[in-house]
Write a protein that binds this ligand. Structure first.
Ligand SMILES: [Zn+2]
Length: 218
């Protein structure tokens, strides 16, 4: 063990003594942020891309888990409870899903952006955290910007969600012929991902596939 490795291990040991690891979901002390029993309770989905038919702006989507139980709890705790220790296991899940669905040859990975005001109050964009285990050279958050403040989708009835997001996103570069992979924490109505895909296609993206940690689609 070299000096640097020793220093890292020692500082991790100190951190673990001060802040012992704990499952962010069930609270079990000494366990990782997404512990094994919580994983067992999670409804994992078959790793596959569901293809959508044009004129849907999304080419298809893949989801790691069903939006229920521990999965829904993880999404909520990461985003609203700021349990950022969940980001690492959730990002690893996204990376595994991308590999299993053979989506690793996309041109660009774009996390769904949040408005800068929301980013300031939350301190992070959960979609960016979830893209953090994907190849850094392909992850380009700056390609898509949230240009309009919108009410949280979850606060609106289903029939008002589509209209809420019209013109909320803008693509910042020419993407002629590119295959873009959108990353987000959760897919419910799909309105957010479709609006992002529309903005990317307006700048020439040929295919836009989405990967999410959790899906509420039936
Ligand atoms: Zn747990």
């Amino acid at each position: 063990m070299n000096v640097r490795t020793f220093a890292r291990c020692a500082s991790q040991a100190v951190l673990d003594a001060v802040y012992p690891p704990q499952c962010a979901l069930c609270g079990t002390m000494g366990d990782p942020a997404y512990c094994s029993p919580c994983r067992d309770e999670t409804e994992w989905l078959e790793p596959r891309v569901t293809t959508l038919i044009q004129p849907d702006p999304l080419t298809g989507f893949a989801a790691a888990t069903r939006y229920a139980g521990r999965s829904a709890q993880a999404v909520t705790r990461l985003k609203y409870g700021r349990h950022t220790a969940l980001a690492e296991p959730m990002a690893a899940t996204i990376a595994r899903l991308v590999a299993e669905c053979r989506l690793d040859d996309v041109d660009w990975v774009v996390p769904v952006p949040i408005h800068w005001l929301r980013r300031c109050s939350r301190g992070f964009n959960q979609a960016e955290l979830l893209a953090s285990a994907l190849p850094p050279a392909r992850v380009r958050p700056e390609l898509l910007r949230r240009v309009r403040w919108t009410r949280p989708q979850a606060s609106l009835p289903a029939d008002r969600r589509d209209g809420n997001l019209v013109g909320a996103f803008a693509c910042t570069a020419d993407l002629a012929g590119a295959h873009v992979l959108l990353v987000d924490d959760v897919l419910t109505s799909g309105a957010t991902l479709r609006e992002c895909a529309t903005a990317l296609r307006l700048r020439g993206a040929r295919n836009v596939t989405a990967v999410v940690f959790s899906s509420g689609m039936r």
